[in-house]
Ligand binder design. Structure first.
Ligand SMILES: [Zn+2]
Length: 440
């Protein structure tokens, strides 16, 4: 491929990304919201619900207006297609980087000027990460900005959104370059066993990111302040104490800056715990709903889900790196010289490795989803026992149907859901309520 072609394609894609951003339907937000609001009810309505869990769940589900259901189903099902399109796009980007020879030229230029190999390698890795994000920009803008506005889920104009994306991209570039450079060091030092050590290093790196993320990265995007409202704070602290979570403060953050989504988390690793909830949760839900959500989040902490995830992802990585080792050996033999990749340890081959590894991850999506979804079910059970707020839980999951299809089929749930389907979670709450009748 002519080298000028690569830069013309990159420029066109960047212009396309800008055009998609400029054309986003910013006005949809309020309009869509009005027409598809969940029907509000009173405490009397909840008190009059039947004891039978199925019947009570159906009463909740009947409060989703047809327009709201159609909208959230379309949003969520579109997400399935986007996963496939994202995968195909990543293959095309990988091919473009290899066929254009842009990284090989960059490496040759660097090696003529820089003595230290690790520096030139790191700069090749950084170039790969940067070019990958530039070439993927149209899809990122469509998925992260245009589509969120189309479905009335976002609150941010294009300028601020772009600013945050660039900041996130810059952080990702620095951290990604550091991480991949370390992996290449492992690959060089242990050519036969790197697939095991690479997984160990990756898990260590993920733990490190979980340790620093809440303190050093999250505050770059949102403002975290101690929760002022004692009527909300004290019940949450009480829940935390009852569950043995080591914390004495609750923080709120201004997620409404970006979107209307309700969310909360209890993050922390190695004995730290930070209980945080967003302003959408505070603004859009009642105290029983907040307690149900916080019970769930505390459940993730108490049940040590962070360590479960690290362990299961570590095992998946060992398998993934082994697949990568086998397939890349074959691919390098066949195409290495055509794409000017010297050997496996040459970062010019990074697009090839990322295509192979990305294919593995894509095929493993249902497995990842099932690992996470299983933990979510556990946190649900913990949360409802801790908070004892079945109707609060049902209410909040009814609200979450605005961006998660409420009632999928079993295969659909297995393939695409990283949380249980909303209807199942409401049913679970109503089942708990029935078993604690008449004093829920
Ligand atoms: Zn969860």
């Amino acid at each position: 491929m002519q080298k000028s072609w690569f830069w013309i394609i990159t420029l066109c894609l960047l212009l396309l990304a800008g055009a998609i951003g400029a054309m986003a339907p910013l006005g949809e937000n309020a309009k869509a919201r009005k027409s598809a609001e969940i029907t509000a009810v009173t405490d009397e309505w909840r008190a009059a619900l039947p004891r039978d869990p199925e019947a009570a769940t159906n009463a909740y589900m009947a409060r989703i207006p047809a327009a709201a259901k159609a909208r959230s189903d379309a949003y969520f099902e579109g997400g399935y297609w986007l996963q496939g399109i994202g995968f195909v796009t990543s293959l095309l980007i990988g091919w473009l980087l290899l066929a254009s020879g842009v990284l090989a030229r960059w490496r040759d230029m660097l090696e003529a000027r820089i003595k230290q190999r690790w520096v030139s390698n790191a700069l090749v890795i950084a170039a790969f990460l940067l070019l990958t994000s530039l070439l993927g920009a149209p899809l990122d803008v469509y998925r992260g900005f245009y589509r969120e506005h189309l479905y009335g889920l976002a609150n941010q104009g294009f300028g601020p959104w772009l600013g945050e994306s660039l900041l996130g991209g810059a952080i990702g570039l620095v951290i990604g370059t550091l991480f991949i450079s370390i992996l290449y060091q492992v690959l060089r030092r242990a050519p036969a066993t790197w697939w095991v050590w690479g997984s160990v290093v990756s898990v260590g790196f993920m733990s490190f990111m979980m340790l620093i993320g809440p303190t050093y990265i999250d505050p770059l995007f949102n403002t975290y302040t101690p929760l002022q409202d004692d009527k909300v704070k004290q019940p949450i602290l009480s829940l935390a104490r009852a569950s043995g979570v080591p914390t004495d403060n609750v923080y709120e953050f201004n997620a409404s800056k970006q979107s209307n989504r309700v969310s909360a988390n209890v993050s922390g690793i190695f004995g730290t715990a930070a209980v945080r909830l967003n302003d959408n949760l505070l603004r859009r839900t009642s105290l029983p709903e907040i307690e149900a959500v916080m019970g769930h989040e505390l459940g993730h902490y108490v049940l040590n889900h962070v360590y479960h995830f690290l362990l299961s992802f570590g095992v998946m990585l060992v398998v993934g790196f082994l697949v990568l080792k086998r397939v890349s050996g074959w691919a390098l033999q066949r195409y290495g010289s055509r794409w000017q990749i010297r050997d496996l340890a040459d970062p010019v081959g990074l697009p090839l490795l990322s295509v192979i590894f990305g294919s593995f991850l894509f095929l493993m999506t249902p497995v990842f989803n099932t690992i996470i979804r299983t933990a979510e079910v556990e946190a649900d059970v913990f949360g409802i026992n801790a908070s004892q707020r079945p109707d609060g839980k049902a209410e909040v999951h009814l609200k979450l149907t605005e961006y998660r299809k409420a009632d999928p089929g079993p295969i659909e749930e297995f393939l695409f859901y990283d949380h249980p389907a909303p209807r199942k979670r409401i049913l679970m709450a109503m089942r708990w309520k029935a078993e604690h009748w008449p004093n829920p």
